[in-house]
Ligand binder design. Structure first.
Ligand code: HEC
Ligand code: HEC
Length: 424
């Protein structure tokens, strides 16, 4: 078992106190104090100390998160033939249109100038190959060799950053500095996969139906089509149920699942509750990297709301609605605003089910068949909401709870509650 606390015996390692701890807003503290009272009947005591992360380990994990393919080139290159597709048809404009991001920190000044003055064409697939050679396409790892005197993309694979990093758009839309842990909600993974010549028309139709910001991490096993919103990989320190359905007790469980069964990296995954069993090893290129990869994600705190993005007075009133008339804190309890460490919830308790018509219940496809109460810090950053993205805004979230749970909130209470959610 990998657990951040297990490293606490080592006095030599630099460690970070959970970043959410000192940053809790007054509003959150008031709400958490109330939530604590409400959650007092829960069967496990709230932790008395914040958990910590080993920063040296997290630093190793950063490179794994950004650049490690776990050998998944055997799938993305040998099976899907994406290197051919990219080199022949994906110019940078097309790549940006399907949500791929470019990291300006990897670009030499001459390339930045060339893009600015137009001497480097964003309409040529050769430029994409050049960007891959510079390791500047977030989450895509290319190997470029000289073949017959020309730079040629010979291997391509993907990394965690493809879906769980974006950029700050400081140079241009889609081009800027990396923001790790922020879900790439512009990315259209289905449309990208559907470019592969190795798929049947029926498979392509499913992939093309997903849309931006969504991916179905179970379709390749159960054949059902119910894409999930790509969630943030930040703000999870102290949360011991991972994914929307709480399938694992720690991030490494799910990281192994995705690394082996979705990215198709080399390793093993076995889960008796769903019957999923995959063995892409040897070599095992996943297991040894999981502790560092997990530490890096746990070091990523949820981003604070931008100054002026919410009304503080309304948010304080909204905190009272959250703990009181809205009954939100009965599930969104404690400092992380979730009871995930204590219990999961049946689909009948959540407002995001039933799924839209024709889509199978996501919980029914999972290992737990339940939902985890979502932790709420950083909410302002990652619309749409719920596992299926069924609420486009926080206003829509509050309306949905009000009607489905018969809360009878006034217009004022609903508006205040929204401001509180924006303050987290
Ligand atoms: C193709 C897109 C994609 C890639 C690549 C990907 N993920 Fe995810 N990730 C998802 C989706 C979609 C979910 C939601 C699954 C669910 O809730 O059932 C998810 C869930 C997660 C979660 C759970 C967050 C929470 O709130 O509990 C974490 C953490 C995570 N991914 C980290 C990673 C890491 C680390 C990697 C690389 C090993 C990775 N992901 C690769 C799409 C992706
Ligand atoms: C019965 C327990 C329960 C109650 C009560 C509850 N929630 Fe939730 N909440 C959940 C669960 C479970 C999820 C995850 C559902 C999903 O992913 O589809 C969730 C998800 C959310 C999300 C989406 C988070 C995201 O990352 O997309 C928001 C926002 C939210 N709840 C706010 C509230 C507010 C506001 C209230 C009170 C009006 C409330 N909740 C009451 C259990 C609850």
């Amino acid at each position: 078992m990998i657990h951040p606390n297990h490293s606490s015996s080592s006095g030599t390692r630099r460690r970070l106190v959970a970043a959410w701890w000192p940053r809790l807003s007054l509003v959150a503290v008031v709400a958490s104090a109330m939530a604590l009272v409400i959650a007092a009947c829960a069967d496990r005591p709230a932790p008395t100390e914040p958990e910590t992360v080993d920063l040296a380990l997290a630093a190793q994990g950063r490179d794994i998160f950004r650049f490690d393919t776990f050998g998944d080139e055997t799938f993305w290159t040998d099976t899907l033939r994406m290197h051919v597709v990219i080199a022949s048809a994906v110019d940078p404009t097309t790549a940006l249109a399907v949500g791929l991001k470019v990291d300006t920190d990897s670009l030499p000044a001459a390339v930045v100038r060339g893009i600015q003055d137009g001497s480097i064409s964003l309409k040529s697939p050769a430029t994409t190959v050049a960007l891959l050679k510079l390791n500047a396409v977030v989450g895509v790892k290319g190997t470029v060799s000289t073949v017959a005197g020309r730079d040629t993309l010979v291997r391509v694979g993907i990394t965690c950053a493809l879906c769980h990093s974006t950029v700050d758009n400081s140079f241009a839309p889609g081009i800027g500095k990396r923001l790790d842990g922020w879900a790439n909600r512009d990315l259209n993974p289905g449309a990208i996969i559907a470019l592969s010549p190795a798929l049947t028309a029926a498979q392509k139709a499913v992939y093309n139906s997903w849309g931006a910001g969504k991916y179905d991490p179970r379709y390749n096993f159960d054949g059902k089509n119910g894409p999930q919103v790509i969630p943030p990989a930040y703000g999870l320190l102290g949360v011991h149920k991972v994914t929307a359905t709480g399938d694992g007790d720690e991030l490494a469980y799910w990281n192994r699942y995705v690394g082996v069964t979705q990215m198709h990296g080399h390793g093993t995954f076995s889960e008796s509750r769903t019957g999923v069993q995959v063995n892409n090893a040897p070599p095992d290129l996943v297991s040894s990297k999981l502790p560092a990869l997990q530490a890096y994600q746990l070091s990523l705190s949820a981003p604070t709301p931008p100054a002026g993005s919410f009304d503080a007075a309304a948010a304080s009133r909204g905190a009272l609605v959250f703990a009181g008339a809205g009954r939100c804190a009965s599930c969104h309890s404690g400092a992380l605003l979730t009871d995930a460490n204590v219990r999961l919830h049946a689909p009948s308790e959540v407002v995001s089910e039933p799924e839209q018509s024709g889509v199978p219940s996501y919980a029914s496809r999972s290992a737990t068949r339940m939902y985890r109460t979502a932790p709420l810090h950083g909410l302002w950053q990652h619309a749409p909401y719920f596992h299926n993205g069924s609420a486009a805004t926080l206003e829509a979230v509050v309306e949905l709870y009000d009607s489905r749970k018969h809360l009878g909130l006034s217009t004022q209470q609903k508006a205040d509650l929204v401001q509180y959610l924006k303050s987290l």
